[in-house]
Design a protein around this ligand. Sequence first.
Ligand SMILES: Nc1ncnc2c1ncn2[C@@H]1O[C@H](COP(=O)(O)OP(=O)(O)OP(=O)(O)O)[C@@H](O)[C@H]1O
Ligand SMILES: [Mg+2]
Length: 252
Amino acid sequence: MSRPTLEIKDLHVSIEGSEIIKGLSLTVKGGEVHALMGPNGSGKSTLANTLMGHPRYDVEDGQVLLDGEDILEMEPDERAKRGLFLAFQYPVEIPGVTVANFLRAAYNALHGDEKPLSVLEFHQLLQQHMKELEMDEEFAGRYLNEGFSGGEKKRHEILQMALLKPRIAIMDETDSGLDIDALKIVADGVNRQRSDELGVLVITHYSRILEYLKPDYVHIMMDGRIVRSGGPELAKELEEKGYDWLREEINA
Ligand SMILES: Nc1ncnc2c1ncn2[C@@H]1O[C@H](COP(=O)(O)OP(=O)(O)OP(=O)(O)O)[C@@H](O)[C@H]1O
Ligand SMILES: [Mg+2]
């Protein structure tokens, strides 16, 4: 597998006629971890959903290229097959479908052609990854997202990543609702998967997870645009000063 490159070029996205993303450019390459921060309503989740091809979001202008190929015309499953992965801010509950069955279906949809696994092989693989994430074995038999605690939802996302081996992973607020131990397990889970074959975009409000994740780049999004990019020190500055400092600077 080659090193992935996701290029977002001057993206404009609207929802029901109102423009939410107003010219956003960002490149994420394999081996890199990018953090995207920004106030509520600045368009972070809109960006994540647009990248995955959610039908409610209208791309008005700009390009999104994965390894040089335009993905905006592709259906969501085609994007997933090419290695795009989104961990949702609000995962859906699916009663009657177990975690194990869901993950096996997802695994086979993505990797079934290359290396189909028997049920037994899949369960061995699943158990191995669950052990690494310190998840209880019985979790595999739970119904998808039903009654999951905040921490369980997030571990489940990391488990999906570990199994599905995406090339570009977009994680929307993976730290919300995590206690400090769980936050560290999630960060460790991402860190274990870091390689030149994986690029990560983490959307977060807290610099705490970034202390464990150690992003290479931090971007601040306000009102549909990236207004500042820098290193991890930018997250610290934000924590200390809040967003008003940037608002004032931008308007000055
Ligand atoms: N489906 C929708 N229909 C109408 N408006 C929407 C929809 N989704 C998002 N918006 C609007 O788009 C703007 C950006 O929302 P978005 O969820 O992308 O923000 P965010 O940066 O992820 O915020 P948060 O930090 O609270 O998660 C908001 O004003 C929101 O109300
Ligand atoms: Mg959001």
